[in-house]
Design a protein around this ligand. Structure first.
Ligand code: SF4
Length: 546
C-alpha cells in the first residue's frame, strides 16, 4: 500500500524494470495532487512496460534518513532518475532539502555514475534555469512531451551517464548545464489541436478526505495551452506561446471516460484561459447540461465571460467567481497589456451577482512600475463599487494582494526591483486602507515576495544564497542571515540595463529579446499590443505550427 490510500496507482515489479524514476514534487502532497503535470508525468512514464515511475513529496515522503517513494517506500537515492517538477521559485529550497536529506550530493559535478540523474522541469526553470543549473544534470526547457520520450529512449539505449547526456545536448528542450551555458531552443507541442499532448485519463485519486486535491476530487483536463493575450507580467503567456486549443472531440471523449475511470463527478478545466477555446460554450454545456457534472474553472478572464457562460459555471456548482483585475486603474492595466477596462469588469460582476454568485475572489498586484499612491487608493474604491452591486456582507470579497514578481523572459524582466522596505511599507499601507469586514485580505509576506523576486531573476550564483538559506534553516531569519553573507550577489539583479547580457539569454523561447524590448517600451508608454491572432508573424513561433 502507498503512504496515502489512493486509487489508480500503478504497481510494477522493480526487478523487471530497465528504468526506475521518481517524480519529486518539492511541495506538499495536496499541491502535487492538484497539479495536472504530475498526473501527466506519472501516466506517460508508466505507459512504458519496462519503466516504473513513482512519486515523492515534501511533507509525506520523508523518513528519518531519506525521502522515499510514496508507492514502494524505497529511498529515492536508489532510483535511476529523479525528476523534479517545480512551479514556484520559493520551492527551489525544497529541492535542496530533498536531495540533501536523501544523501544525494547536491551539485551535479559531485555526483557519480551510480547516483541518480537529476532532471528539473517546469515553467520557472524554463524561463530562467540558472539558479538551479548546478544542481541539475538536465533542465527541461519548455513542454514535457517530446523531451520525455527522448529521455526514455536515449537512456535505454545509452551505456553510461555521460553517453546519455552527450546524446541529449543540442536537442530541442535540453539544457545540460555541465556543458556550460549553451544555446537551448524550447520544446513545444507543434500541433495546433494538441492531439499529441499528454492527456491522462486515469489520474491518481486520494481516498482520504484530508488529502483531497485543492479543488476536491475531480477529473483535471487541459483544454488549451497558452492564452496569447500578452499580459506583460505573465510568465505562462510568454513561455506557452502560441495559443493552441485541444481537439473538441478529444476533450469530450476524455471527459466522459475520465469521470468513469476516476469515479468522480467533477471536472476542472486547467488552462490559462479555458474560455478562449473556440468551442468553450459547447464544452461547458456538455459537462454541465449533458453529463450533469460539477465544473470548476480556476482561471477566468472577465472579457471571456457573458451571461450564458456565467449561468453555466454557476449551474456547474461554482459559487465564487474568481477574477484578476490586477490593478484598480485602467491606465496601469493597459500598461500591463490587460485590456479589460473597469467598465467591463463592473458589468461582468453585476451580471455575476444577478446570476447568483455570492462571493468574489479577486487578485490584485502592487509594486507595478509607474504606480502612484492614487493607484493604490483606487483599490478600496473598487471594493466600494462592488459593495454597491451587492457584495456588502462579511467576507463577501476575498482579496489576494501580491507584489508584482518580475519574471525572466517577460518584458517586465527589466523593471527595477523594489527594496524590502518599500514592499513592507506598501503592504502595511494597503492593509490599512483595505480594512473592512467585507474584505478577507491575503498579502504574501513581504520578505517571501522579495526572495521570490531574487530567485526569479537570479543567475548561477543565486544557488549559493539558496544553499546557505537551507543551511541556516529554511525560515525567514535563515534567509536574512544568508543575505547578509551573500548580499553582493543580489546587487546586480536590482536593476538591469537594456543592453546588458541577461543570465538566461541562451534560452530561446522563440520570442526574441528585441520583441521583449519593444513590449517594455510600450509598457512605459501605457500602450497595448494586440493578442495572438491567426496570420500574425510578430514572433515567428506560429510559423512552426503543424
Ligand atoms: S507569431 Fe504572433 S500569434 Fe504566433 S505566438 Fe507569436 S505573437 Fe502570438
Amino acid at each position: 500500500m502507498t503512504l496515502v490510500r489512493e486509487a489508480n496507482i500503478i504497481v510494477k515489479d522493480h526487478r523487471k524494470m530497465d528504468l526506475k524514476v521518481v517524480i519529486a514534487y518539492p511541495s506538499t502532497y495536496r499541491a502535487a495532487i492538484s497539479t495536472l503535470s504530475i498526473h501527466m508525468l506519472y501516466y506517460y512514464l508508466n505507459s512504458y512496460e519496462n519503466v516504473v515511475a513513482e512519486r515523492t513529496v515534501l511533507d509525506l515522503g520523508r523518513i528519518s534518513t531519506s525521502y522515499i517513494s510514496l508507492e514502494s517506500k524505497i529511498p529515492i537515492k536508489k532510483y535511476d532518475m529523479i525528476l523534479f517538477s517545480v512551479h514556484y521559485e520559493l520551492d527551489y529550497i525544497n529541492i535542496v532539502d530533498i536531495l540533501y536529506n536523501s544523501g544525494i550530493p547536491l551539485y551535479s559535478k559531485s555526483r557519480g555514475g551510480k547516483d541518480p540523474i537529476i532532471i528539473i522541469g517546469g515553467p520557472t526553470v524554463t524561463a530562467n534555469p540558472e539558479p538551479l543549473a548546478e544542481l541539475a544534470d538536465i533542465i527541461v526547457i519548455g513542454e514535457m512531451e517530446q523531451p520525455l520520450e527522448t529521455i526514455v529512449n536515449e537512456y535505454l539505449s545509452s551505456h553510461s551517464k555521460r553517453d546519455f547526456l552527450d546524446r541529449l545536448v543540442g536537442k530541442e528542450g535540453f539544457y545540460i548545464p555541465s556543458y556550460g551555458r549553451h544555446y537551448v531552443r524550447k520544446s513545444w507541442v507543434k500541433d495546433s489541436t494538441l492531439k499529441s499532448a499528454i492527456t491522462p485519463i486515469e489520474q491518481i485519486q486520494p481516498l482520504e478526505e484530508k488529502y483531497y486535491p485543492i479543488y476536491g476530487r475531480a477529473y483535471l483536463i487541459e483544454i488549451s495551452r497558452g492564452c496569447g493575450f500578452g499580459c506583460r507580467f505573465c510568465l505562462l503567456d510568454y513561455i506557452s506561446r502560441p495559443p493552441r486549443y485541444k481537439d473538441y472531440k478529444l476533450i469530450l471523449n476524455s471527459i466522459s471516460e475520465g469521470i468513469i475511470r476516476n469515479n468522480v463527478d467533477k471536472v476542472v478545466l486547467v488552462s490559462s484561459s479555458p474560455l478562449s477555446h473556440p468551442k468553450a460554450k459547447l464544452i461547458l454545456k456538455y459537462i454541465v447540461d449533458e453529463l450533469q457534472l460539477q465544473l470548476s474553472i480556476p482561471s477566468l478572464r472577465a472579457d471571456t465571460l457573458d451571461e450564458e457562460v456565467l449561468h453555466l459555471i454557476h449551474r456547474g456548482g461554482q459559487k465564487t467567481l474568481t477574477l484578476a483585475p490586477e490593478v484598480a486603474v485602467d491606465k496601469l492595466r493597459m500598461a500591463l497589456n490587460k485590456k479589460i477596462p473597469n467598465t467591463l469588469f463592473f458589468n461582468v460582476v453585476k451580471c455575476a451577482w444577478n446570476t447568483g454568485f455570492r462571493k468574489l475572489k479577486l487578485y490584485f498586484l502592487f509594486n507595478v512600475p509607474g504606480e502612484t499612491k492614487n493607484d493604490l487608493n483606487a483599490i478600496p474604491k473598487v471594493i466600494s463599487k462592488l459593495a454597491k452591486i451587492g457584495y456588502n456582507y462579511t467576507g463577501a470579497i476575498h482579496v489576494t494582494l501580491n507584489p508584482l514578481i518580475p519574471k525572466a523572459q517577460t518584458p517586465l524582466q527589466w523593471m527595477p526591483l523594489p527594496s524590502l522596505e518599500e514592499i513592507r511599507y506598501k503592504s502595511k499601507y494597503l492593509k490599512s486602507i483595505l480594512r473592512s469586514n467585507i474584505v478577507k485580505l491575503d498579502i504574501l509576506n513581504p520578505k517571501l515576495s522579495y526572495i521570490q523576486m531574487v530567485l526569479s531573476l537570479g543567475d548561477r550564483n543565486t544557488l549559493k544564497l539558496i544553499t546557505k538559506w537551507f543551511t541556516y534553516g529554511k525560515g525567514l531569519s535563515g534567509w536574512s542571515r544568508a543575505l547578509r553573507e551573500e548580499g553582493t550577489l543580489v546587487k546586480n539583479i536590482i536593476k538591469r540595463r537594456l543592453d546588458e547580457p541577461l543570465p538566461w539569454d541562451h534560452i530561446d523561447l522563440g520570442l526574441g529579446k528585441e520583441y521583449l524590448k519593444i513590449e517594455w517600451d510600450l509598457y512605459s508608454k501605457c500602450e497595448t499590443t494586440p493578442p495572438c491572432t491567426t496570420g500574425c508573424s510578430r514572433c515567428k513561433l506560429c510559423g512552426e505550427l503543424g
